[in-house]
Design a protein around this ligand. Structure first.
Ligand code: PLP
Length: 408
């Protein structure tokens, strides 16, 4: 038997030291140790309160511990949590029907993490290419954009353009063509008779909340139709009300063949992801070809159903539209005063720090010291993505902290 040392850790520094010693060093978090969260606020182990201006990269769209999500979770915890897909359970079909209805699709492939949803969409697109489109076996290609972020698996980093994400993780999965984001001509040139899909983020989050030129996404839809290619929209970060619509793609009035969903689909409670789309595409999967022990488990489905209920009211999309307009107006007033540019849509913004200002990491730390949590992405961009339950006054607090940290 191994004796586990008694827990007597109390200060933030002690908790940080534990992480440093016992966890792999695959992240570089701010030195804030969160112990509790509610709505748009978190409290650290020393009792300091912070406004959450990041919301788990859009996983906490409904804030921390939304009462309806917690109630659905507790209710399901008292019934059954896992069956595996060896059996049916009473939450699964309802979750699939409700999510498909909300998203205007016909079928749901339930997974856990976002990366798994993307992996699943890639597999489905390849199978569709061989079985439906008639692409010669083993030659299917998927067109992706530079500066993409779709997750961390070996196949997904195979088509990343971030060297840190790839270095020493090869050999890589073939079958991807990388083009410049925002350039429609490059997509047109990259499509061949063997192209199965175009996989795209409608707004690139990790790249710095980069919004493509107007007409780009609709143009991809048109090219996909012309060449019998699937359009796969990765809405893991941009979807589920973040930009003021259910999907960021909705702003261009077109539909994807497959959407990957994750992050907020689990209500900030547990990982829940899915690929949603048409029967003609998702219908290619047969028993034994793909799966996940935890995918579509009863607890995940109960939480996912509660998330769908919140989204079906339209209230969060509306909040994101209205308050997002306010956020962008306020942040926009900082341009020329320490801010070079503000990008984004709805309650989602990439704040580009002006040359000569602090690097992103230093700015994030300074914001934390002022009680506002957000995180740099790339060296010079602050990613602002507050929970959609945030109020105007709270937005003011956050923006004033950013002004104080970046303002000159
Ligand atoms: C976060 C994210 C992923 C990966 O999700 P994980 O749950 O971290 O695996 C994929 N695509 C996009 C656009 C994301 O933002």
């Amino acid at each position: 038997m191994t004796a586990i040392a008694e827990h007597n850790t109390t200060t933030s520094a002690e908790y940080v030291a534990l992480d440093e010693e016992w966890s792999t060093h695959n992240y570089h978090p701010l030195p804030v140790v969160i112990a509790e969260g509610e709505g748009a606020w978190v409290t650290d182990v020393e009792g300091r309160r912070y406004l959450d201006f990041l919301s788990g990269y859009s996983s906490l769209n409904f804030g921390h511990r939304h009462p309806e999500l917690i109630a659905a979770t507790v209710d399901q915890l008292n019934k059954v949590t896992l069956t595996s897909r060896a059996f049916h359970h009473d939450q699964f079909g309802l979750f699939c029907r409700e999510l498909a209805t909300l998203t205007g699709t016909e079928m749901v492939l339930a997974m856990n993490s976002g990366a798994e949803a993307v992996e699943s969409a890639i597999k489905v697109a390849r199978k569709w290419a061989y079985q439906v489109k008639g692409v010669p076996s083993g030659t299917a290609e998927i067109v992706v954009a530079g500066s993409n972020f779709h997750g961390r698996t070996t196949t997904i980093v195979s088509f990343s353009t971030d060297e840190t994400a790839r270095q020493d993780f090869g050999p890589f999965t073939p079958g991807f063509r990388v083009v410049k984001y925002g350039n429609l001509d490059e997509i047109a040139s990259a499509i061949t008779p063997n192209t199965a899909a175009v996989l795209i983020e409608p707004i690139q989050g990790e790249a710095g909340v980069v919004v493509p030129p107007a007409g780009y996404l609709a143009g991809i839809r048109r090219l996909c139709d012309e060449h019998n290619v699937l359009m796969i929209c990765d809405e893991i970060q941009s979807g589920l009300a973040r930009t003021g619509e259910l999907f960021a793609l909705d702003h261009e009035g077109v539909r994807a063949d497959l959407y990957t969903l994750g992050k907020a689909l689990g209500g900030g409670i547990m990982p829940v992801s899915a690929v949603v789309g048409s029967r003609a595409v998702l219908g290619v999967l047969r028993p034994g070809e793909h799966g996940s022990t935890f995918g579509g488990n009863p607890l995940a489905c109960a939480i996912g159903r509660a998330v769908v209920r919140l989204l079906a009211t339209g209230e969060y999309q509306e909040r994101s539209r209205e308050l997002g307009g306010y956020l962008h107006t306020r942040l926009g007033s900082l341009v020329g005063r320490g801010v070079a540019e503000v990008r984004g849509r709805g309650l989602w913004a990439g704040v580009e720090i002006a040359p000569g200002g602090p690097v992103g990491r230093v700015a994030s730390e300074a914001l934390a010291a002022r009680g506002v949590l957000c995180k740099e992405t790339q060296a010079t961009t602050l990613r602002v993505a507050p929970p959609l339950v945030i109020t105007r006054d709270e937005i003011d607090m956050g923006v004033e902290a950013i002004a104080a940290v970046l303002g000159r």
